[in-house]
Design a protein around this ligand. Structure first.
Ligand SMILES: [Zn+2]
Ligand SMILES: [Zn+2]
Length: 242
């Protein structure tokens, strides 16, 4: 992302299509999963090579060290990768704390959030164009275990022509019906009179329902993107002038 610069975005069209097809092989939402790995790549890149990069540091200071979601993702990455030196996060957050103490500045937007938002738009548009070039991608999606989260499903629909959008709607409906069926089967098999064991897909159907309705964890941050902030209370004067 930040460290990957533009060339990553401009990679060959078919390379992005393959990346999306690859993400479909896993469970969960393919777009969410790609965004999540881009975030992780960026954080690792930052910790490995950009700890003392003045431009990166300036961006970090704007949000006093990322938003809570990305700061904790950074912490998880550091804790999960013993080869990452603790010196990097110590230098970064010493600077963030000093910035707070010396400047008491307002916390601005986290640059990883805005990058994720840009990448989200790019990948959804690319996925739509991959489908338009080769409809087979929809068939691959139908056969796969992956499920587009509601947010990315709706974004993708907006980017497809009417015919392809209808096709996607049918496939998504089939997938949601299957999740409903798996949930019902799991619940049914809990009855002591039923001897059958729940299948793997039935046991994880509740998770698929969360993924569809709420997106993957990355969506906890992007969920409110593009929504207008709550309106301020109207001034008293205007109420009477209506
Ligand atoms: Zn998603
Ligand atoms: Zn963030």
């Amino acid at each position: 992302m930040f460290g990957l610069k533009k060339h990553h975005v401009k990679k060959e069209k078919h390379a992005i299509c393959y990346e999306i097809l690859d993400a479909m092989k896993k469970t969960g939402c393919p777009i969410c999963n790609i965004l999540r790995s881009l975030e992780e790549e960026t954080i690792k890149y930052m910790l490995y090579g950009q700890v003392n990069d003045p431009a990166v540091r300036r961006k970090l200071r704007e949000s006093l060290g990322l938003c809570p979601y990305h700061a904790w993702l950074l912490a998880d990455i550091v804790r999960g990768n013993p080869e990452i030196d603790l010196l990097g996060p110590s230098i970064i957050y010493e600077d963030m704390l000093r910035t707070y103490l010396e400047e008491k500045k307002d916390v601005g937007e986290c640059f990883l959030c805005s990058k994720t938002r840009e990448f989200e738009k790019i990948y959804v548009e690319e996925m739509a164009s991959c489908i338009s070039i080769d409809e087979n991608m929809l068939e691959e999606y139908r056969k796969s275990r992956s499920i587009l989260c509601r947010r990315h499903y709706e974004m993708l629909l907006e980017n497809l022509d009417e015919r392809l959008a209808e096709k996607l709607k049918t496939i998504q409906r089939e997938k949601l019906d299957r999740i409903m069926h798996n949930l019902a089967e799991y619940i049914r098999k809990q009855d002591y009179r039923v001897k059958e064991q729940p299948t793997y897909d039935e046991a994880r159907a509740w998770l698929d329902a969360i993924i569809f309705l709420k997106g993957e964890r990355v969506s906890t941050n992007i969920y409110n993107y593009g929504k207008t902030p709550p309106r301020k209370r109207q001034r008293r004067g205007r109420l009477f002038s209506l």
